[in-house]
Design a protein around this ligand. Structure first.
Ligand SMILES: Cc1cc2nc3c(=O)[nH]c(=O)nc-3n(C[C@H](O)[C@H](O)[C@H](O)COP(=O)(O)OP(=O)(O)OC[C@H]3O[C@@H](n4cnc5c(N)ncnc54)[C@H](O)[C@@H]3O)c2cc1C
Length: 455
């Protein structure tokens, strides 16, 4: 069963459907012919909204603080190997990420399967994916837990939101080795330790049967292709870079946005797709409602660093190579799989939480050394094949201060709906309030919800 179907079947779409009904119930005055919508942020949420509204004949102005479009979609190529690419931000599209897949089709973009067989490397002991059997009694218990989850009452679900995923597993008697493996695996999904994730948030993610439902596809040519394709559908002069929004004023049914270079823009509605840290740095006139301000200041984003290493040869033994390790380099995978136009290849290290922070304090040579060292028990020393590396640490990104939102205990039910509420003529979209939170799909869904609500 796919996650979305599972959520529907079990009635857990409450939050997701709340988000779209939140907009439907907000009785937002629809746009009139000739109205202008100011769209804040040129990530996938902002560009999707701009594309769909332009298609319907409305005028849009997209204001982006950076000198590039794409936000957390950030495809990178080393200058010597322009035909190879790696993702410094979003990597995979899931099988059940319906809206983004539909958007790719609409824009004529091809996706390819981009899956892995994931090995384990614990205390330098290498276990191939087929050998990483889990404790059978525990496996049975987990099956039962997932099954029971379907039957929980609303009250019981809310109770699960009051404990961490780590505490929940401990209370259910998870064996020590299994706990270690869950920490390594699940922290790559949430971007922080499982001690910081609500058990409800984790269970609603994992209580499904499909193993490959989030790491399934990539866009051919890199995920930035969708960003480029969307921007080509919007008049170029309507996407403005280096426009950091600093003040938002709402009066007399109009909205006005002032940027830090003192330029200003007026319109009838705003779709704000900024991450919460960026929202909190804006001067709002009138102020955002108190509850929303509180929710914004409580929500944190996870710390992730991605380090891309270019090697002269693909010394790993298979195209779908990936290994989860207990080293600081954490999850290492072959990102240039199916990019067969070069002998060279790129391995990615994807580290989360404290490991990401530690790696972010090192220089490029040290970061590469850690990855190569971590792989030694499998391949021996491959330092001589290493050409160059690049990394991006999202934990200190000036606009997000993290990779994606992480719903800690008591936050799933407590914050999400408040964060999604519109504020007069301003609607909010973006990954952090999506039904598929943490994914491009969540960003696209929320943009489509906003467009539906006003047009
Ligand atoms: C390391 C990493 C790995 C990920 N892996 C995956 C994955 O495998 N699969 C997946 O689906 N998703 C993944 N994601 C999540 C995905 O990247 C996001 O969900 C999605 O790209 C968010 O889009 P958005 O439009 O909501 O936000 P953003 O892309 O952050 O767009 C918001 C835009 O607003 C701009 N901005 C901020 N402040 C201002 C301001 N004051 N004025 C004007 N503009 C401003 C920003 O510069 C940015 O361009 C990953 C993210 C990261 C960082």
């Amino acid at each position: 069963m796919q996650r979305r179907d599972f959520l529907k079947k079990t009635g857990l779409l409450t939050i997701g459907s709340l988000l779209s009904t939140t907009l439907a119930n907000a009785q937002i005055e629809p746009l009139k012919k000739g109205d202008t919508v100011l769209i804040l942020g040129a990530g996938i949420a902002g560009l999707t909204a701009a594309y769909k509204l332009s298609k319907k004949g409305f005028k849009v102005i997209v204001l982006e603080a950076r000198n590039r479009i794409g936000g957390r979609i950030f495809t990178y190529s080393f200058s010597e190997t322009p035909n190879l690419y790696a993702e410094l931000g979003a990597e995979w599209i899931g099988e059940s990420h319906k809206e983004i897949r539909k958007l790719c089709d609409e824009l004529g973009l091809k996706t390819i399967k981009h899956q892995y067989k994931i090995d384990l490397l614990l205390q330098e002991q290498h276990m191939q994916s087929k050998q990483t059997q889990i404790d059978s009694a525990w496996e049975e218990k987990m099956k039962q837990i997932f099954k029971n989850f379907e039957k929980l009452s609303e009250k019981e679900k809310k109770k699960l939101d009051t404990v961490s995923w780590w505490r929940f597993l401990m209370e259910n008697g998870i064996p020590e080795q299994e706990l270690l493996i869950r920490e390594l695996n699940d922290s790559t999904d949430f971007g922080e330790s499982i001690r910081q994730v609500s058990a409800y948030a984790a269970l609603s993610e994992y209580a499904e049967s499909s193993d490959f439902n989030e790491m399934d596809y990539q866009i051919v040519g890199g995920n930035s292709q969708i960003i480029n394709a969307l921007s080509e559908k919007i008049a170029k002069e309507n996407i403005l870079l280096n426009k950091k929004v600093s003040t938002i004023i709402q009066e007399n049914q109009k909205v006005k946005v002032i940027c830090d270079d003192k330029t200003f823009f007026e319109g009838h509605k705003i779709i704000c797709t900024l991450p919460t840290f960026a929202i909190s740095n804006i001067h709002w006139q009138p102020h955002l409602p108190h509850l929303k301000q509180e929710a914004i200041s409580q929500l944190l984003y996870s710390r992730i660093i991605k380090t891309q290493l270019l090697f002269k040869e693909r010394f790993w033994n298979r195209d779908d190579f990936a290994v989860n390790t207990d080293s600081v380099s954490h999850f290492i995978f072959h990102t240039s799989q199916k990019q067969n136009n070069s002998e060279k290849g790129i391995l990615t290290s994807y580290a989360t939480g404290d490991k990401a922070f530690l790696l972010s304090r090192m220089n490029k040579t040290q970061q590469a050394k850690y990855v190569i060292e971590a792989l030694k028990p499998i391949f021996g020393d491959k330092q001589q094949l290493f050409e160059q590396g690049v990394s991006y640490y999202w934990g200190t990104d000036i606009y997000t201060q993290g990779a994606y939102a992480i719903y800690n205990i008591n936050q799933w039910f407590g914050l999400k709906n408040i964060l999604a509420q519109p504020f007069k003529n301003i609607l909010f979209a973006g990954e952090y309030i999506g039904e598929w939170q943490g994914f491009m799909e969540g960003a696209v869904q929320t943009a489509l919800n906003c467009v539906d609500a006003i047009s």
